[in-house]
Design a protein around this ligand. Structure first.
Ligand code: FES
Length: 278
């Protein structure tokens, strides 16, 4: 599966976010907002899940956006136009339940911004009033601002250092929006980003009684429901992110467990990246 286009979206402060358009016509034909693929960069590589950010049926391409953070994403970022990816499986996971909810708030943090874009676009198309909140550490790390502006009725931005938009966190803006009387009609919040951000979103929206969905970035191996690697506890029950998710009700997620599980291989990953000099 050949890479048709490559674009560096950010490349500063050790944060490299890259966009790849890849020829994968079967996936481009079928994918819906909220779904993902699992890819292997080479024959012996691990399998990593990445959200399908966009697709073009005419060109037969899908768009993936990822941060070069572990071995596989660094190897992937090292490929260029014309290179082939060993395997891509998808679309996987349940699509987002897209319908007219009325007024909704989407919250994207870091590279999670790429993951809310297809949902924002689909929700806007379904007639929703879409309020989007984006958050990054600094202005230069913000991605897809124009794309999200074009599918949002309101766009709010927060940066940790105050270099763009409001100084602070996405959840500060979320709390303000939910506190004002008009926003009391918000019927859904949807969040993707770092675990601490999604967790805080859940705390804020619970206070206001707003249904909240999160797309979880659990570790995956086979992504077909067989290995159990991606298990999360939701409402006291074990669920597999790959086949039961990746979206779950945020108020029911066992965040402590998810956070712990996602850190399990961090030291091994760092060791392998060192071996590969990445
Ligand atoms: Fe193996 Fe989900 S990745 S069960």
């Amino acid at each position: 599966m050949k890479i048709l286009r490559k674009e560096s979206l950010t490349n500063i402060s050790n944060t490299k976010v890259t966009r790849l358009d890849i020829f994968a016509p079967d996936i481009a034909n079928k994918n819906k907002a909220g779904q993902f693929v699992v890819l292997m960069v080479n024959e012996k590589g691990e399998r990593v899940p990445l959200t399908i950010v966009d697709s073009n049926k005419d060109k037969g391409s899908i768009t993936l956006i990822f941060q070069e953070i572990g071995l596989t994403t660094k190897l992937l970022g090292g490929l260029g136009v014309g290179d082939s990816i060993y395997s891509i499986t998808g679309p996987l996971g349940h699509p987002t339940e897209v319908k007219n909810y009325g007024k909704i708030i989407l919250v994207g943090g870091g590279v999670g911004i790429a993951e809310i874009y297809p949902v924002a676009r689909a929700m806007k198309k379904a007639g929703n009033y879409v309020i989007t909140i984006l958050g990054t550490r600094a202005k230069d790390l913000l991605i897809l601002e124009n794309e999200l502006k074009s599918v949002s009725d309101e766009l709010h931005i927060a940066t940790d250092d105050g270099s763009y938009g409001r100084k602070g966190f996405t959840t500060d803006i979320l709390k303000e929006l939910l506190s004002n009387s008009q926003s009391a009609q918000v019927s859904l919040t949807y969040a993707v980003g770092p675990i601490p951000m999604m967790r805080k979103v859940a705390v804020v929206t619970k206070e206001f009684g707003v249904k909240t969905m999160v797309s979880l970035n659990a570790l995956m191996v086979d992504a077909t429901g067989m290995c159990g690697c991606c298990r999360v506890t939701v409402a006291g029950k074990v669920k597999f992110s790959c086949v039961d998710g990746p979206e779950f009700e945020a108020h029911d997620v066992d965040w402590d467990e998810l956070d712990k599980r996602n850190r399990v291989y961090l030291d091994k990953e760092a060791h392998i990246c060192k071996l590969y000099k990445l």
